[in-house]
Design a protein around this ligand. Sequence first.
Ligand SMILES: C[C@@H](c1ccc(Cl)cc1)n1cnc(-c2ccccc2)c1-c1c(C(=O)NCCN2CCN(C3CCCCC3)CC2)[nH]c2cc(Cl)ccc12
Length: 100
Amino acid sequence: ASDGACRSPPRQVKQVRPKLPLLKILQTAGAQGEIFTVTQVMHYLGQYITMKQLYDPREQHMVYCGGDLLGELLGCQSFSVKNPSPLYAMLRRNLVALTT
Ligand SMILES: C[C@@H](c1ccc(Cl)cc1)n1cnc(-c2ccccc2)c1-c1c(C(=O)NCCN2CCN(C3CCCCC3)CC2)[nH]c2cc(Cl)ccc12
């Protein structure tokens, strides 16, 4: 019986399930499992860019992802980490929010 004792946990950390191509990128960067928080997804994407050296060593805010799976997902050859809108659009397309 719902006697009011069972409340939802105080902080609902939203979890997401990346679609397959994005999941492959995250796993390349060391991610385990299939369900993440958005913060974890951003961390692993950063790791991926760093380990594959997709950033410009001289202009480290520039990411050149053309020719990489990341570029196919983003639909662009390069982007600046200072203008993350293509990134958020890609995440909206490639992350399934878990409501439970
Ligand atoms: C603030 C944050 C950010 C986070 C989200 C957004 Cl939408 C924009 C910006 N950020 C600032 N620079 C970067 C960055 C720059 C070059 C290479 C790798 C990462 C990041 C990114 C992180 C990250 O988790 N960053 C923390 C530690 N980073 C610092 C930068 N470090 C590198 C800088 C270049 C030299 C190698 C280390 C790696 C660790 N995750 C990302 C994922 C993507 Cl798809 C794009 C960029 C980032």
